[in-house]
Design a protein around this ligand. Structure first.
Ligand code: GTP
Ligand code: MG
Length: 305
C-alpha cells in the first residue's frame, strides 16, 4: 500500500464526516449563493481549521472567483483544495529523512504536552532511520516516570537500536552523558525523548531550555531539530500548545499523531498558518510503520476527495 493509500484509509472518518459534506455542497448544478459560503465556513471551522484561518481561506476563494464570469460548483471545490495545499506547504524545506544525513550525529529533541505520542513516535522514527542503515541512539530523558524509560526500551528492542537511560535524576545530566556517547561511538542520529509538559508551566519550559543548552554545548549545531509532537485529536488546543512551545524554544518541525482516530485533520492547516514550520510526519496508528511522511497534496486529497 502506498503512503497516499494508507493515509486515505486511516483518515476515512474525517473524510466521511466532515469533508464528505463538500460533495453535497458542490454537487453538479448546485446553486451558489450566500448560504453556500456559510455552509463552507461551518465545514472548515468544524474541521478544526480555526476561525481566522477559515475566514482567510473564504476571502481568498471569493477573490479568486470574482474575476470569473460564471463559476461551476466543482471549480470552487478545486480552488479550495489548491488553497489548502498551498497553506499546508508553507514552511516545507525538505523532509526530515533528507536532513538527518547532513550532520553526524544528527540530534533530534522531541517535545510536547503529556500523552501526545512522543515516545511512540521516537520508536517509529528509530525503526525508520535504522531501516535506512543509520546508526540510531535513543535517549530516555523522560526521567520523571520509571515506566517511561521502560516504554522507550521496548521500542528500542523493536527497532533494534541502542538506548541510554538512567533511574530517575536530572534529565540534563543524562543528556550530557548521552551526547558524549553519541560523539565517541559515532552515531548517525540521536533521538531524545522528553517528559510531557504542559505548555503553560513556566518551570517545565525552563527545564526544556536547559536540556537544549546542554546539547548545544556538547555538539556544535545541535540540537539540529526540535520537533513538537501534537495530538491531532485535541484540535484547536494543539494549535495553542504549538504557539507556547514555539515561544520557549525554536521549533524546526512538527509531527501530528493520532490522525487515525477522531482527529479532524484541519488543525494542521491552522498550525501551519500560525507557525510556518514544516510538518514532517503524521502518525496514523500505534505500530512501528504507522508514521507517514507528510505530503500536503496527499493529505488534502485524503480528507477532501
Ligand atoms: N491511534 C494512535 N495512537 C497513538 C499514535 N501515536 C501514539 N499513540 C498512542 O498514544 C498514547 C500515548 O503515546 P506516548 O507515545 O506514550 O505519548 P508521550 O507523548 O510519550 O506521553 P508522555 O511521555 O506521558 O508525555 C499511547 O497509547 C500510544 O500508543 C497514533 O498515531 N495513533
Ligand atoms: Mg513519553
Amino acid at each position: 500500500m502506498s503512503f497516499a493509500e494508507k493515509l486515505r484509509l486511516r483518515l476515512d472518518k474525517t473524510r466521511k464526516q466532515l469533508f464528505g459534506r463538500l460533495n453535497d455542497l458542490f454537487r453538479p448544478g448546485a446553486t451558489l449563493d450566500a448560504s453556500t459560503w456559510e455552509s463552507l465556513e461551518e465545514i472548515l471551522i468544524t474541521a478544526d481549521i480555526g476561525v481566522s484561518t477559515s475566514h482567510l481561506i473564504l476571502d481568498k476563494l471569493k477573490k479568486r472567483i470574482q474575476k470569473e464570469k460564471s463559476v461551476q460548483p466543482h471549480e470552487i471545490r478545486n480552488l479550495l483544495e489548491d488553497e489548502l495545499i498551498a497553506l499546508l506547504s508553507g514552511g516545507i524545506s525538505g523532509q526530515l529523512d533528507d536532513r538527518v544525513v547532513r550532520n553526524k550525529p544528527y540530534v533530534i529533541l522531541m517535545v510536547g504536552v503529556n500523552g501526545t505520542g512522543k515516545t511512540t513516535t521516537i520508536g517509529k522514527l528509530a525503526g525508520r532511520f535504522s531501516d535506512q542503515g543509520l546508526k540510531v541512539l535513543m535517549v530516555a530523558a523522560d526521567t520523571f516516570r520509571a515506566a517511561a524509560s521502560d516504554q522507550l526500551g521496548i521500542w528500542a528492542d523493536r527497532a533494534s537500536v541502542e538506548i541510554v537511560h538512567s533511574k530517575g535524576g536530572d534529565p540534563s545530566a543524562l543528556i550530557f552523558d548521552a551526547m558524549d556517547r553519541a560523539k565517541s561511538r559515532v552515531f548517525d542520529v540521536v533521538l531524545v525523548d522528553t517528559a510531557g509538559r504542559m505548555h503553560t508551566k513556566v518551570n517545565l519550559m525552563e527545564e526544556l531550555k536547559k536540556m537544549r543548552r546542554v546539547i548545544e554545548k556538547q555538539i556544535v549545531g545541535a540540537p539540529h531539530e526540535t520537533i513538537l509532537v501534537l495530538d491531532g485529536t485535541t484540535g484547536q488546543n494543539a494549535a495553542a500548545q504549538a504557539k507556547q512551545f514555539a515561544k520557549a524554544c525554536p521549533l524546526t518541525g512538527l509531527i501530528v499523531t493520532k490522525l487515525d482516530g477522531t482527529a479532524k485533520g484541519g488543525v494542521l492547516v491552522s498550525i501551519q498558518q500560525d507557525l510556518g514550520v514544516p510538518i514532517y510526519y503524521v502518525g496514523v496508528g500505534e505500530s512501528l510503520d504507522d508514521l507517514i511522511p507528510f505530503n500536503a497534496e496527499d493529505f488534502v486529497k485524503a480528507v477532501t476527495e
